[in-house]
Write a protein that binds this ligand. Sequence first.
Ligand code: TPP
Length: 642
Amino acid sequence: MTTRDNGAGECPDEINTPLLDIIRRPSDVKNLSQDDLGQLAKELRKTIIATASVNGGHLAPHLGVVELAIALHYIFDTERDALIWDVGHQSYAHKLLTGRADRFQSIRQKGGLSGYPRISESPYDAFGVGHSSTSISAALGMAVARDRSNGTRKVVSVIGDGAMTGGMAWEALAHAGHIGTDMLVILNDNEMSISKNVGALSAYFSRLITGGLYTRARQDINGLLKQMLGPHLSRAAQRVEHSVKGLITPGTVFEEFGFKYVGPVDGHDLDTLIDCFSNLKNVRGPVFFHCVTQKGKGYEYAEQDPCTYHGVRAFDIETGRFVGGGATPTPSFTDAFTETMIDAFEKDNRVVGITAAMSTGTGLCALEQRHPDRIFDVGICEQHAVTFAAGLAISGQKPVCAIYSTFLQRGYDQLIHDVCLQNLPVVFAIDRAGTVGEDSPTQQGAFDLSFLRLVPNITVLAPRDHVDLRFMFEWALKQDSPVAVRYARGKAPLIGPEEGRDITRGELLREGTDAVIFGVGPCLAAALEAAEALQEEGVSVGVADARFVKPLDAELMDKLAGKPILTVEENTVKGGLGSAVLEYYQQTNRLHDTRVLSIGFPDAFIDHATREEQLADLGLDATGIAASVRALLGAPAHNRVN
Ligand SMILES: Cc1ncc(C[n+]2csc(CCOP(=O)(O)OP(=O)(O)O)c2C)c(N)n1
């Protein structure tokens, strides 16, 4: 495999991958001798590290499941059997073993392979993923479909201990135990979510690993194996019995759910995994296989700090140092949120923060260290996070619930039913709203303005820069009703002067007589640039910041009425800011003299690319916005900004 410059000034060494080079499809893995598999694992790790060092993205999760992926493809017939990776942020080894090694360097780049399993990308990606805790439900659906058609396909899901904290996984386990059909659920337990896994479940897994229950189980291990595999234990099963510490542990919660629990086993021991899977593949009924892995395995920096190396930008392999992105004076929206929260925590003891296993990404981790008793990491449990916030709010606390736009989709009913219906003062800090770049369509923040705007009682705000963000949270924490502040990924440079802002209303940033661009968020910088370019063409275009997507600033709306208006937002155009503007002018009878054109995300899922590429493709950069203004004004199409 060849490698490319990672920006560290030197190329990673040429990688020699003789075994990986001959694997074109999963059945090629089966043709290798078991003795070769350790070498294959090394080649996979080298390839994953080299590619992540250039393309960025997830790293430590992929490194932890290399042996697991090899053993699964070695034993199961994955050209036919279904293999479902929960979240999918650990699927690179699987991708490399299923005919995608030649395109692997394109991963996460525009037009290249996705960082997550995707059914449109490969027949070996059995189910599309990105959000956590879905794999057992999907696997059960496939298992039942198999049964209904008298099929023989095996169904296997691989789920992390972090993803197991999600309620949906337990709903699926309960259902699967009830149905009792054949399926294998593999728990990849590395004791980490993105940061250290939290909660009673994590403690329970630790107890299983350290062997409290194991001692009891060991006495009856032969009987249990016979029960599972029939009276004639295979030679392999006998080997398993000897090689696996605490192979079967009755009395676990999984047994109570109707699963046969097997484990814990060393998830890096290929021979043991192969023995186990050879046997478990023929066990009837649902099986829960618990293996223990090390996140970041095989790359010392990731082993030492799996949280930092969970997801990376380009880095130098030798030193582990990240390339570029050093300290700049411009804070990101997330940085500004952290700073604002630090102040809010100092000023008011009732303010508390909630994260669903994303304390680093949301910026709450800085507070976790200062105020450990006031930051609640609830696990990957967005639904619980929102209703937990409602409980806090109804009891006089001031909860700030920090959840990425895409993951808040999980907590939507709770937001409507528990927070907004009761008009409770929960503040939602909705990060990664808009395009998020190289992650898959599953992670783009495309819908929040639309799904929030239709809920009664909630106020929806979108800061254009870090100064607005700060004011907005200060304002939000003073309200006695729900408030959502949604902001984009990345830097939040100043747009317009810092002084004289009144964030309780919209703002006209630039006067113009021919048309006005009415937008929210950081794309207002592109709007101002477009207006400047149009000015040079003799077209006078104003720019206004809505700030409030719900309710709109009526005074500003009335002022703008009568002019052609281009609405601009990083959200699907359906139901977002543009829809709000149309509704407003419809209700105030101004549609007859106010032409409105809306741009934003189309009625399609947004593919991965850099954020800049995505915005340009969506027509949300300065060039695209200027072109839309011309279209609004009916100008000829050849009249373009360069
Ligand atoms: C619903 C949802 N919320 C949050 C996330 C963000 N997220 C991605 S991976 C991850 C941690 C998963 O931990 P685990 O399943 O243990 O896998 P590991 O990374 O340890 O291999 C989180 C919280 C997500 N993908 N889906």
